[in-house]
Design a protein around this ligand. Structure first.
Ligand SMILES: O=c1nc2n(C[C@H](O)[C@H](O)[C@H](O)CO)c3cc(O)ccc3cc-2c(=O)[nH]1
Ligand SMILES: C[C@H]1O[C@@H](n2cnc3c(N)ncnc32)[C@H](O)[C@@H]1O
Ligand code: SF4
Length: 332
């Protein structure tokens, strides 16, 4: 049983995949598209606002902005300028303000973005994220300069310096060894000891997509995932929540028994655009599996208490949270 008496936390979120253009080209990724392929896009301000409005109506509390790594400048600078912005981060900043205006707390994971942009986005996000993925030098990342572990560790470190509540994690089954998994988890634990900013760690299983370079690679087995989760719970400090995504496995109960205590964002309005073939379970389905659910905000109680949030989201956090820092019943 996990530390919090078997209570499993989640957020009600909406996924905003701002752009699928990306400077990286990870061998497992089914989300990214080549520029000029006809399928590359950047969401317009109107389409983002429309999605946010639907989410607000459906009772969501989190706007999850996840998109390709640093694709601006030479990649699609013109499109961003058409919208009236000098950079992708400035555009996302305004989208975060739109989310806040509609009553949603932003959580942005836009890959490795420039340090000044991280600081700027930190002001309008309730938490931010970047999967460390791995500390190993893997073939899967051979075409992904921004998956260089040193760059990602540096980014997570900067987030700590800026006191941004942070989500990170590892991707399991992309060619890493057991020693690599252990090392990645130890690096995360070390960063947290230094900056105290890691609110949760996602242990995510690789899900192969036939149309990618890793389409024929076997995903990690259930036994392997359970072992990684146990190892993670063992290595990570107790105040870091361990997250297992609920839509990437049919063995969620076993993952939770192994030590995971959070299932991340569940969306009543959008797909998981990274794993679109994996449908979100509904809250009713999760409850019928025996889960004792508690809704949280994208910023964990500890960081609400510490006051690690900007002025622009202060009122919204106060509005949504109960005295313990979870989502107040009156707003559910
Ligand atoms: O719905 C999703 N949420 C993802 N989230 C968000 C997560 O589900 C929750 O919204 C957070 O727990 C908010 O606290 C991520 C957050 C990160 O910082 C890094 C990676 C992910 C990955 C996903 C994902 O693939 N799907
Ligand atoms: C948002 C996060 O989604 C994860 N991600 C990207 N592609 C896949 C996949 N095929 N299977 C599982 N997770 C994936 C990465 O860890 C990324 O950081
Ligand atoms: S996983 Fe993220 S960084 Fe890698 S190709 Fe896909 S969008 Fe880009």
């Amino acid at each position: 049983m996990s530390e919090n008496d078997g209570i499993i936390t989640f957020t009600r979120n909406v996924f905003i995949p701002v752009t699928n253009m990306c400077r990286n080209n990870c061998a497992y990724c089914g989300f990214r598209r080549d520029i000029g392929s006809g399928e590359a896009y950047i969401m317009t301000p109107e389409s983002v606002r429309e999605t946010l409005r639907k989410a607000a109506e459906a009772g969501c509390v989190e706007a999850l902005f996840t998109y390709g790594d640093a694709p601006d400048d030479e990649l699609f600078g013109d499109r961003i300028k058409e919208f009236g912005y000098g950079s992708l981060s400035k555009y996302v900043y305004d989208l975060c303000l739109d989310a806040i205006e509609l009553g949603l707390l932003p959580h942005t994971n836009g890959g490795v973005i420039p340090r000044d942009d991280l600081k700027m986005l930190g002001e309008v996000n309730s938490s931010m994220g970047l999967m460390l993925e791995t500390t190993a030098d893997l073939e899967a990342h051979a075409l992904s300069p921004l998956k260089d572990p040193a760059k990602r560790i540096g980014f997570i470190e900067d987030a700590g310096r800026f006191k941004i509540p942070f989500t990170t994690g590892i991707l399991v089954g992309i060619g890493e060894t057991w020693a690599d998994r252990k090392e990645a988890l130890e690096v995360i634990a070390g960063l947290h000891k230094k900056y105290d900013h890691i609110q949760e760690v996602i242990v995510q299983n690789f899900v192969p997509k036939s149309y990618t370079r890793m389409g024929k690679v076997e995903p990690p087995s259930v036994e392997e995932m359970i072992k990684v989760l146990k190892m993670a719970r063992d290595i990570l400090p107790e105040d870091i929540s361990l997250q297992a995504p609920p839509n990437l496995t049919s063995h969620l109960n076993e993952f939770l028994a192994a030590g995971a205590e959070d299932i991340g964002g569940i969306s009543p309005v959008t797909l998981d655009y990274i794993n679109p073939e994996c449908r979100w379970p509904t809250l009713d389905e999760l409850r019928s599996m025996g889960l004792n659910l508690r809704e949280r905000l994208p910023i964990y109680p500890k960081y609400i208490k510490k006051g690690w949030y900007g002025d622009r989201i202060k009122d919204l956090i106060k509005f949504y949270s109960d005295e313990e820092g979870y989502r107040a019943e009156r707003h559910i």
